[in-house]
Each structure stands twice: as structure tokens, then as C-alpha cells.
Design a protein around this ligand. Structure first.
Ligand SMILES: Nc1ncnc2c1ncn2[C@@H]1O[C@H](COP(=O)(O)OP(=O)(O)OP(=O)(O)O)[C@@H](O)[C@H]1O
Length: 515
């Protein structure tokens, strides 16, 4: 029921909060909750329009809602205020004029906006438009709107968490893999179809003894995948032994793998067991397997075929029961073609290949990973930072050539260096400027160079021309990402709306034409 401002001056706002709680507990769908609460608060505060506008990942998960006579106008105001309000994380009230249309004159009024805050980040904004003459009890109105915004943020956050728990795959022994909740260094975070497919393959492979070859770009979580395979399988109580094959010269690698007898070489003063023996009954993880020499490949092939070997300098065959997991980011098929990798070893390793997707192939997981790392580094640093939706947009649109490792490092740096509670786009220490175009070609999953390889320059491209092309392209992309809302596009690009306006003019871009 609409109430007069005089009524509301006397009003006990606790009753309103209680009403909001009742709506939340009685409705089934988030869109219904948002709509009913918006209408309730709009009527209570005698507003004439209102909207809930969501940002970042939440814009993809939940539909915004609007209410009242000035719904479109409120939505527009919400879009404009979204970044400011979520970055500052404080409610705001300001005079505004709704521009004249063919149906009505210009209307003066006040727009009230409050942030909706989740656990780790701002999710969106709730705005109300009130005609100017009824803005008497502005502070109290704003306080109520703010409380309801906080309430709604927590409600939406709970909804997201509930969906994530439901979507988590079952492990081999029936327990739920609570991969996205809390912090555990061995958890594989990811809710995307690509990640679900990989997790499912890991779970299936875990229960067998077959050799698994984990493939994927650097930093995609191959070692994490190897640990998951071990933990989920029936060897989980036994040893998990890891060896990075690329880190050692050939002779050392051999004695690391197979051990050595006393006196086998200078300095071998004692017998030493190798990783194969240490991993007996358990799992041996051979990382960077694509980098071993042809001579080592022969030796490894023999153990994989016969399950026996001799220590360096020894002659007694040693038999082991080891489950092999190997990993590489080398294009092994190409290496076989070029004679750098033995075909017979390739087939021995390539029994169950599992590809870990790059972050570019599962951008929808980035917010989840950011939340996960933010929680971890907040805990480690005794902080409670949140990330604004504009900053999240920036992180999501970056290309992450170093995949999860690079993202993890970025969030750690961000938390350590942060100077304010809510992270804004300019606080995100991206390794390079966002305006960089997608630097990595979408490489084959198994053919990843360690560092991005620069694309060849078109012969005629002058440097200023190339820079202008890139700038134009990034402006268009940013506008497309935010539905043409220029303030948000400017924020994603890390420039002011005025600077964006200048570039639109310079490149003749019409935001309406590119949507
Ligand atoms: N899905 C994920 N969820 C959470 N953390 C992850 C995930 N994937 C990778 N990480 C983290 O990213 C970092 C790199 O992962 P990992 O070492 O497993 O990658 P890798 O593919 O083995 O890399 P490389 O090929 O360079 O050896 C680790 O700190 C790991 O914990």
C-alpha cells in the first residue's frame, strides 16, 4: 500500500524488513522474489518506478526486474549507476530529470540506489525513482533501501551456492565433490560444461588402473587432476609420487626414476630407491613427459611394458605395482611425426587421455575461481575484500594465457596490494592491459606453447594503424559486452566515459548499430 511521507516518518521500518523476509521465504523463483520485493519497497516509499539491475556473472544468472510507471527509465538509471554504486558499495540519492518523450514532458525527481552485496562481491543495484516533491524522508528511505539491497544480495548469493552444490558431480564412492565450496588446495573448481566433462572423465578413470595422460595448456590444473585421480581411486591410502621430468638432466632423471645401487657412479655412496619403488602400490605422476630424451623414452617404455626395472648400477630386476599418470602440454602427435617422441611409448601413455580445458574455453568459471581465490587470499591476509562487477567483467574478458595459475597469481597480488575494500577495475593487476587483443590463438588442446607466440604482422601494417585497429576492436567488444551502455563499456576499458565518447567519434562507431 502506498503511504504518505508523513505516515512514513512515524513508520517502524522493522515491519518492512520482516515483510521482505516473508517474501523471500515464500517465493520459489528468484525472479519472483526480486519482482515482489521491488514492488513492495517501491510502494512503501511512494516511488513511481524501480528496477533491479544485476552486473557481472549475476547478470547472466538472474534476470533483472522493473516496476512502476517509469520502468524503462528506472532500468536505464540502474545501468548508469551500477558501477558507481557497486564500487563504492554505499547507497546514493541524487536529483535527476527524466528526459521528455513524445508521450510526456521532462520530469524532475530523485533516484535512490542501493547496492546488492553478496559474500565476495557486489552483485547489482536496486534503484527507485521518486518525483521531486515527495523526497522528504530521503535518509530514512535510503536506509530502508540499503537494508533491503543487502538482504537481496545475500538471498541471491545463497541461491547461487545452492545451484552450485546441486550441480557438483558425484565422486566414485558416492560422496559429493564439494569442489567449489571453501578452500582446499586439492579442489578442482569449475562449474562449466567443459570442466564438468573433464571432472567426469577423471572420476571414471580414477577407479581403473589404466595409464592416464593428462593434456592441456600450462596452468590448466593437470597436476591437480593427477592428485584428484589418485584421491578418488582405490590407491588413495598409498603414496602419490610426483616427478617433473623436464626439471632434470638425463642421468639424474634415470636415477631419480629407478634409483641406484651403492657405487653406481661417483657420489653414489649409498643405495637409493627411485620414484618407481617409492610409489609401489600407489601412483606415480610423471609431469612434462613430452620433454624426456629418446634414450629415456626407451627405458621408460620398458618399465611400462614389463613392470620391472633395475636400479642404476644394479642387475636385479625389481617388480613394482604402480599406476602411472603422465602429463604434458607438448603436441605429442607432432613430436611423434617429427621423430622426437617414440610412437610405441605414445601408445603406452595414451591409454586414457583427458584434456583439461583452458580458461578461454570456460570463461563462465572465472567468477567462481575468482571467488574461490579471493576467499583463500582474504583468509591468508586477514582481509575481507570484495570485487565490483566492473572489475569482475574486466577479469572475465582477459585472455589468461597462463590459465588458472595466472589468474591465481593475479588475485593474490590484487589482495595483497588492495587499498580499498571493494576492488575496482583499476585495482586489478592484469599482467597486461586489457586493451590487448586475444593474444593466444585458440590452440589445439595438446599443442600449447609455454608463452604466447606473437602472430605475424601483416606486411603493410604500420604501427599506428595496427594500434588504431586494436583500439577500435576493443571499444566495439566492450560495447557489445555491456549492451551498449557506455559508462560500463568505459569502465571495462579502464577509461572515462568522456574518453570513450572521444573514441566513438574518432572511429565513427555508433553504439546502437553494433548491438
Ligand atoms: N580447476 C582449478 N581449481 C582451482 N585451482 C586450480 C584449478 N586448476 C588449476 N588450479 C591451480 O592453478 C595452479 C596451476 O595448476 P597445476 O600446477 O595443476 O597446472 P598444470 O596444468 O599442471 O601446469 P603446468 O603444465 O605448468 O605444470 C595451481 O596452484 C592449482 O592449484
Amino acid at each position: 500500500m502506498p503511504r504518505s511521507d508523513a505516515d512514513r516518518a512515524q513508520h517502524n521500518y522493522i515491519g518492512d524488513i520482516e515483510q521482505v523476509a516473508r517474501i523471500i521465504s515464500s517465493a520459489r523463483l528468484p525472479s519472483g522474489v526480486l519482482q515482489r520485493i521491488l514492488q513492495f519497497v517501491g510502494e512503501t516509499l511512494s516511488a513511481q518506478g524501480g528496477a533491479v539491475v544485476l552486473g557481472g556473472e549475476f547478470a547472466a544468472r538472474f534476470a533483472g526486474v522493473s516496476w512502476g510507471t517509469f520502468q524503462d527509465e528506472s532500468r536505464q538509471l540502474g545501468q548508469e549507476l551500477l558501477d558507481g554504486v557497486t564500487v563504492d558499495s554505499t547507497p546514493t540519492a541524487r536529483q535527476t530529470t527524466l528526459p521528455r518523450t513524445s508521450q510526456r514532458p521532462a520530469i524532475d525527481g530523485v533516484v535512490l540506489a542501493a547496492p546488492m552485496l553478496g559474500l565476495q562481491q557486489a552483485m547489482g543495484v536496486m534503484v527507485l525513482f521518486k518525483p521531486a516533491e515527495s523526497a522528504m524522508t530521503l535518509d530514512a528511505d535510503l536506509a530502508l533501501l540499503n537494508a533491503i539491497g543487502l538482504y537481496l544480495g545475500l538471498y541471491l548469493q545463497t541461491t547461487v551456492l545452492r545451484e552450485q552444490v546441486k550441480a557438483l558431480p558425484q565422486t566414485a564412492n558416492g560422496r559429493q565433490n564439494r569442489a567449489a565450496i571453501g578452500y582446499d588446495p586439492d579442489r578442482m573448481v569449475g562449474d562449466s560444461p567443459a570442466m564438468h566433462a573433464a571432472l567426469q572423465q577423471l572420476q571414471q578413470a580414477a577407479s581403473s588402473r589404466s595409464t592416464v595422460l593428462l593434456r592441456g595448456e600450462s596452468g590448466t590444473g593437470k597436476e591437480l587432476g593427477a592428485r584428484a585421480l589418485h584421491k578418488l581411486g582405490d590407491r588413495s591410502e598409498q603414496a602419490f609420487v610426483k616427478l617433473n621430468c623436464a626439471a632434470l638432466p638425463e642421468n639424474l632423471l634415470e636415477s631419480e626414476l629407478f634409483g641406484h645401487e651403492r657405487g653406481a657412479f661417483t657420489g653414489a655412496v649409498r643405495m637409493r630407491r627411485g620414484r618407481f619403488e617409492i610409489a609401489d602400490k600407489g601412483t606415480l605422476f610423471l609431469d612434462e613427459i613430452g620433454d624426456i630424451s629418446l634414450a629415456m623414452q626407451v627405458k621408460l617404455l620398458r618399465v611400462l611394458q614389463e613392470r620391472t626395472f633395475e636400479r642404476v648400477g644394479g642387475s636385479r630386476p625389481i617388480e613394482v605395482d604402480v599406476r602411472i599418470i603422465a602429463a604434458t602440454n607438448v603436441d605429442l602427435e607432432e613430436a611423434v611425426r617429427q621423430g622426437r617422441f617414440r610412437e610405441d611409448l605414445y601408445y603406452r601413455l595414451h591409454v586414457v587421455p583427458i584434456v583439461l580445458p583452458s580458461l578461454r574455453e570456460r570463461r563462465e568459471d572465472i567468477p567462481l575461481l575468482v571467488g574461490y581465490f579471493l576467499r583463500r587470499f582474504n583468509d591468508e591476509n586477514g582481509k575481507d575484500l570484495k570485487i565490483s562487477s566492473a572489475a569482475m567483467d574486466l577479469v572475465v574478458s582477459y585472455d589468461w594465457p597462463g590459465n588458472v595459475r595466472e589468474l591465481e597469481n593475479c588475485i593474490e597480488r590484487m589482495v595483497v596490494m588492495a587499498r580499498r575494500e571493494i576492488i575496482a577495475p583499476e585495482d586489478v593487476p592484469l599482467p597486461v592491459n586489457l586493451t590487448r587483443p586475444n593474444a593466444m590463438p585458440s590452440a589445439l588442446p595438446n599443442a600449447m606453447p609455454k608463452a604466447p607466440v606473437p602472430a605475424p604482422l601483416p606486411a603493410a601494417a604500420s604501427l599506428p594503424g595496427a594500434v588504431a585497429d586494436i583500439e577500435r576492436q576493443r571499444v566495439v567488444e566492450a560495447l557489445q559486452r555491456c549492451g551498449g551502455v557506455q559508462t560500463r563499456a568505459a569502465s571495462i576499458l579502464g577509461i572515462t566515459p568522456r574518453q570513450l565518447g572521444y573514441r566513438l567519434k574518432k572511429y565513427g562507431i555508433d553504439p546502437k548499430q553494433i548491438l
